[in-house]
Design a protein around this ligand. Structure first.
Ligand code: 26M
Length: 818
């Protein structure tokens, strides 16, 4: 194996070699982009060598592999991460200095692959990072969308979406692997396999075929030699698709029709989050992902194994929500139809291979697909679903004889108002283990959404509380705090053993330490202030309380409750300009799905309120409001280290877990939150005295919703009334009472997520926060204790839980190359 060498001289030599031979340019004529690509390739070379050793070690050990199937990944930028993981950042500074550039300049060319929407996609990336760090043999499979999550801009305060052409300048981090391409089918017909007496084996003749071309990106572990990969599929037309005769006849559009149709499959990420949107192309994407991935998994299995008996011992597949659940029917089809396994054996293998993670409780987010669509698009898979359901319901009938209602509730097929396939039911039936993503979420899943399944198979259900990688979200995002932590703890072991953060707890009573902790936060806030001014023109004060709400815009997350607080502060200051208020910057970040009209209107209102606040000379002395455009992983890495206050104010029982809550607490932000998702577990650990709790709990919220009249809250609370009236009266719309009418109507009409019921408790809690902020040492103490006690929320712990409870995989150590 070729060694790249580990010295500064080696690095410098390869840098110049890559500039010349890979970029084809010279130091005299190189552009900034050339510089970036050259550095990226040189760093990548260091990881390639580790990857080669990892692949060899995995081949030798023939271990059980985790295959993580996810329609989304939000990996974040790669350059800084890979410099850190390959321990080469120290080489870059002297070389860059010689050449008169900075690492910051070069990093500005590093594009983040936005191949996901939000929490679910970022969780996938954190788990991959931790699996590599823990030496777990794993491959992530996904789709190489040509366009990722849209770029968000504002025009007159309204969200405008621009395409994310993330590969425009090339992606130096990926390798294409055309030899591993796959061909998969859609549409067509099925027929009986003549030599199969059971009738369960059938023959599918697809009406259309599409090629899947894989590329992979390296997923290095931190502090270890393991480098795993994430394999992404791009759709290409099969080779015969170009119609030369039509082209010759001048029918240019028709000549390429089939190519365009095939390549549209991986064209764009669906920018929805927590809503199920039944679109044929989305289902095609899902099947494309799993059909290509399963063939690849089987190809890999066969490199070292023969027969099928050992398959579940060597392969464990984790379904990231229901998006990849067609993998279940595809594996059954491959085993039964193509490899002629008997149905029962195939089903036993399938059930022992799959596991399913559920990420929601919202009924509107539970995927279902019309039977009519599946019959047309994937006719054989629909037959297989019927057969799986038939045998499953026989099992149910045997357990609960004559309980027709239960059979109807459990069935994979929903009958009314039209026949649809319930993807979550299929996932549960076909999986060994089903998990929720926080304790409350798992409990509510068992008590509500999946209750009948939890009764039938209680031992299938597990909790695996989410986590986040401390490498990206503390070490890379917050180098100042990281240096302080390492100094105090006497080393960097905390980065791979995050429970060690509890060693900071005594420092919470050390005034000199608190001073330095505050100084790090202050410097991070100054960095953020520069970014905010650059992208919005708004000047913010780094000494003000930095109050942060960063997450997708969704009604259940209740950005509008935060806005009612802001408007109330606005009203209070205008009524009493001498009010002794704590200076505060309220920072929002987040995108709304392009079709989610109520949330796009709310974004417009946030921008309008921000404008009113920031341009009012009296108000803006105390308060600034900013909605930072185009929130993404890179922006998160700037905002999170600067946050003093973390807003986690979803209606209790609605947020499955949240992960931003963990990132913020680990960076010393204090949480104001409801008893929802992982907030509960954060509070249990940091202590009630270091967490600002308010509002209804999940049980109270469910009760209150039965007979709820938001108007009563509006009428009884003058400050609430004034805030709502300010919106209704057109104060933020130049007097136009119509513009934000729908926002007001939603609040006073149904108020689906009980914002008005929680308003007073929320405001009182914010008043307590102001009191706490006035005691700088007391606040810093809370801040330190939040970080010190959140080691549990490392995604390393999450992956260990998956390994112990679900995957039963062992690490494979990769030896150092020398
Ligand atoms: C579905 C159909 C069509 C198009 C898109 C979708 C879809 C995409 C993403 C639906 C939901 C999606 O994501 C849900 C999600 O992000 N859930 C979040 O998962 C996090 C990780 O477990 C949790 O922390 C969050 O609480 C949860 O909201």
């Amino acid at each position: 194996m070729r060694s790249v060498g580990s010295t500064l001289e080696d690095f410098e030599r390869d840098l110049f070699s890559n500039l010349y031979f890979q970029r084809g340019t010279t130091i005299e004529s190189a552009s900034g982009s050339d510089g970036y690509h050259t550095l990226a390739l040189t760093v990548r070379d260091r990881l390639v060598e580790r990857y080669a050793r990892t692949a060899a070690a995995h081949y030798d050990a023939n271990p059980r592999f985790v295959y993580y199937l996810s329609a989304e990944y939000l990996l974040g930028r790669q350059l800084r991460q890979n410099l850190l993981y390959s321990d080469t950042e120290r080489f870059v500074h002297p070389i860059a200095e010689d050449l008169g550039v900075t690492l910051e300049d070069l990093e500005s060319y590093d594009v983040e692959p936005g191949l996901g929407n939000g929490g679910l996609g970022r969780l996938a990336a954190c788990l991959l990072d931790s699996m590599a760090t823990l030496d777990i043999p794993a491959v992530g499979y996904g789709i190489r969308y040509e366009f990722g999550i849209f770029k968000q801009g504002f025009r007159d305060g309204a969200q405008v979406e621009r395409p994310d052409d993330w590969t425009f300048y090339g992606n130096p981090w990926e390798f294409s692997a055309p030899d591993d391409r796959q061909v998969i089918g859609f549409y067509g017909t099925t027929a009986r396999a003549l030599d199969d007496p059971s009738g369960l084996r059938r023959q599918w003749t697809p009406g259309e075929t599409v090629r899947g071309e894989p590329s992979h990106m390296l997923v290095p572990g931190y502090g270890t030699q393991t480098v795993n990969i994430i394999r992404l599929w791009q759709a290409r037309a099969s080779r015969e698709s170009f119609d030369l005769s039509r082209f010759g006849a001048g029918q240019y559009k028709e000549a390429v029709e089939d190519i365009v149709r095939a390549e549209n499959i991986s064209k764009v990420l669906y920018p929805d989050d927590s809503t199920e949107q039944g679109r044929e192309l989305r289902l095609k994407q899902q099947y494309f992902l799993v059909a290509c991935s399963l063939r690849d998994i089987i190809r890999r299995y066969r490199l070292r194994n023969s027969g099928w008996d050992a398959f579940p011992a060597k392969v464990v597949i984790q379904l990231n929500d229901t998006h990849p659940v067609m993998a279940v029917t595809e594996l059954m089809r491959l085993l039964v139809d193509e490899h002629h396994l008997d149905w029962d054996l195939a089903w036993s293998i399938t059930r022992r291979t799959f596991n399913y993670t559920c990420h929601t409780l919202l009924p509107e987010a539970l995927e279902t697909w019309p039977v009519s669509l599946l019959e047309r698009l994937l006719p054989r898979h629909m037959e297989i679903i019927y057969a799986i359901n038939y045998f499953f319901l026989q099992e149910v009938e045997a357990t609960y004889p004559g309980d027709a209602d239960r059979i109807r509730r459990l069935s994979i097929i929903q009958e009314e108002p039209e026949k649809r396939v319930r993807m979550a039911h299929l996932a549960v039936v076909a999986s060994t283990a089903v998990n929720g993503v926080a304790e409350l979420h798992t409990r509510l899943l068992q008590a509500t959404t999946l209750r009948d399944f939890a009764e039938l198979w209680p031992q299938k259900f597990h909790n695996v509380t989410n986590g986040v990688t401390p490498r990206r979200f503390v070490r890379l995002a917050n180098p100042r705090l990281s240096a302080l932590i390492s100094e105090r703890l006497g080393g960097e072991q905390w980065l791979t053993d995050l429970d060690r953060l509890d060693g900071l707890a005594p420092a919470a009573d050390d005034p000199a330490f608190l001073e330095r902790w505050r100084a790090a936060k202050r410097a991070n806030k100054a960095d953020l202030a520069k970014q905010v001014e650059k992208s919005t023109g708004v000047v913010i004060d780094p000494d003000a309380l930095c109050d942060v709400m960063i997450k997708r815009f969704h009604e259940y997350k209740r950005q509008h409750l935060k806005l009612l607080h802001v408007i109330t502060l606005f009203n209070r200051i205008r009524e009493n300009p001498d009010l002794d208020l704590v200076p505060r910057t309220v920072l929002f970040g987040g995108k709304a799905a392009p079709g989610y009209h109520s949330m796009k209107l709310l974004i417009r209102l946030v921008n309008a309120v921000a404008d009113a606040v920031n341009t009012d000379p009296l108000v803006s002395r105390h308060l600034k409001v900013v909605l930072l455009p185009d929130y993404n992983v890179s922006r998160a890495q700037v905002i999170i280290p600067a946050a003093d206050l973390s807003e986690q104010i979803s209606l209790a029982g609605k947020e499955a877990s949240g992960t931003g809550n963990m990132k913020l607490a680990l960076n010393g932000a204090v949480t104001i939150g409801t008893l929802d998702g992982a907030n509960i577990e954060i509070r249990d650990r940091v202590g009630a005295e270091n967490f600002f709790l308010f509002g209804l709990d999940a049980h109270e919220a469910a009760e209150a919703r039965r007979d709820y009249h938001p108007r009563e809250y509006y009428e009884r609370d003058p400050e609430l009334r004034a805030a709502v009236d300010a919106i209704a009266g057109g104060m933020f719309a130049k007097g136009d009472r119509g513009l934000f009418g729908p926002v007001v109507d939603a609040m006073l009409g149904r108020d689906e997520y009980l914002a008005l019921a929680d308003y007073r408790a929320y405001l009182e809690c914010q008043d307590r926060i102001e009191q706490a902020w006035r005691d700088p040492d007391g606040w810093a103490r809370m801040s330190v204790l939040n970080a010190a006690r959140c080691g549990f929320f490392s995604s390393d712990r999450t992956v260990r839980d998956y390994c112990d409870l679900i995957w039963r995989v062992e690490p494979v150590r990769v030896l150092d190359g020398g």
